[in-house]
Design a protein around this ligand. Structure first.
Ligand code: FAD
Length: 358
């Protein structure tokens, strides 16, 4: 593996896990682009469909198959949707042992499939789940794993170019895995757009496209048991159409922001400064170390527009910034700017929206 990134930003597993002892790897034995489709209680994480769409661009260049990998329980509808969304083939491991998610059965199953079927590229959503088990696959299989990727491409030789911010976001590092396979990446949710499913597609050969793989995990052998689940804030801000974002400038006064968010039917998110202050939950942080969002409308309240924040919202549709400082950088990224105190502006905007019933 060659990496232009700092070592902490990637899991370059090749130097430390005895890969050399494993002997020369026959790169030609590895083929196809796999996309992990993450399912919890029948719900598919949006990043899975984003990656499937992006995977099509890779296989259009490499000429390989795009393979959806689905692990969970009662997966028929998900398998069908993967085909409708453009997977050439689906590998499915359907068993109660996979629901709810636990790292050890997922990791063991995924690893067995990788070792048996030898994919060239494996894309996994950079969700809690994806980040949790990807290392369990990468280390024993001697794969190269790049974490938190924001751009992907392949070169003429089919080598994955995994790009991600490095050194505090100052540079975009391109990570290559030249000597080992598979080339794995966890990809940040929200940076790619999902495609539309082809609901009228001809899936006459659907059975041939679906492979039910052997489930290699047995409940009696798993080392963890789920005794209780405490589900906190489950809102996925990456799927919100409208967003009101708060920054340090609100100084803990959330009420006007919540009022505006309610009037707009928007989700409330925050800059890192506001999250660090404890005003908003960390799952709602936007930016380089938070989430990437692409709503139709993004209203920024008391946010200066630091590059690390802008990185997470600059794919939004219409951006409105409200800031007391006319020179705040956020205005460079805004379609509409209001120079003023958010505590004055928000109630007036909210009132006007309610009167117009927008
Ligand atoms: P500030 O920069 O303090 O801006 C506050 C703004 O509020 C100012 O522009 C001020 O004029 C305005 N204001 C003050 N009073 C009012 C008022 N009454 N009404 C209206 N406006 C008012 N940041 C992120 O957001 N997300 C990230 O993921 C992230 N990741 C980072 C990763 C790294 C490695 C590093 C080094 C930094 C990261 N940061 C991130 C932090 C980032 O650099 C900024 O520090 C942060 O975004 C600033 O937050 P802010 O705009 O809310 O606060």
């Amino acid at each position: 593996m060659s990496a232009s990134d700092d070592a902490n930003d990637t899991n370059d597993t090749n130097d430390t896990n005895g890969a050399d002892d494993a002997g020369g790897i026959d790169l030609e034995a590895y083929a196809d682009v796999w996309v992990f489709v993450e399912v919890h209680d029948g719900d598919v994480m949006a990043v899975s469909w984003e990656l499937l769409e992006e995977g099509k661009k890779l296989t259009a260049k490499t000429g390989e198959d795009l393979v959806a990998l689905v692990i969970g329980e009662d997966l028929d509808a998900v398998v069908r949707e993967a085909l409708e969304r453009g997977a050439d083939r689906v590998l499915v491991a359907d068993d109660p042992v996979f629901e709810p998610y636990r790292a050890d059965p997922y990791g063991a199953q995924f690893r067995a499939m990788v070792e048996e079927r030898k994919p060239s590229i494996v894309l996994i959503g950079g969700t809690h789940t994806g980040r949790d088990f990807a290392g369990r696959v990468a280390v024993p299989t001697h794969a190269g794993l790049t974490a938190d990727v924001t751009e992907i491409d392949v070169d003429d030789d089919g080598l994955l170019q995994a790009r991600r911010p490095a050194f505090g976001g100052d540079i975009l590092a391109t990570i290559l895995c030249e000597e080992h396979r598979p080339q794995m990446a966890t990809v940040r949710p929200g940076v790619f757009e999902p495609g539309e499913p082809d609901l009228d597609g001809d899936f006459a050969t659907v059975d041939e496209a679906i492979t039910a793989v052997d489930v290699v995990v047995d409940e009696s052998e798993t080392i963890s048991e789920v005794l209780e689940r405490n589900v906190g804030d489950t809102t996925d801000i990456t799927e919100a159409d409208r967003i009101v974002a708060v920054g340090a400038g609100i100084e803990g006064d959330l009420e006007p922001a919540i009022d505006l968010a309610e009037a707009l039917g928007a989700e409330l998110v925050a800059s890192r400064a506001a999250v660090d202050e404890g005003w908003v939950d960390g799952s709602r942080q936007v930016g380089q170390t938070g989430k990437t969002v692409r709503p139709e409308l993004y209203v920024a309240l008391g946010i200066s527009g630091a590059i690390q924040h802008v990185e997470g919202m600059n794919k939004s549709g219409t951006v409105i910034a409200i800031n007391t400082d006319p020179n705040a950088p956020i205005f460079e990224h805004a379609d509409y700017g209001i120079v003023g105190d958010f505590a004055d502006v928000c109630p007036r905007l909210a009132k006007s929206l309610r009167e117009r019933d927008l």
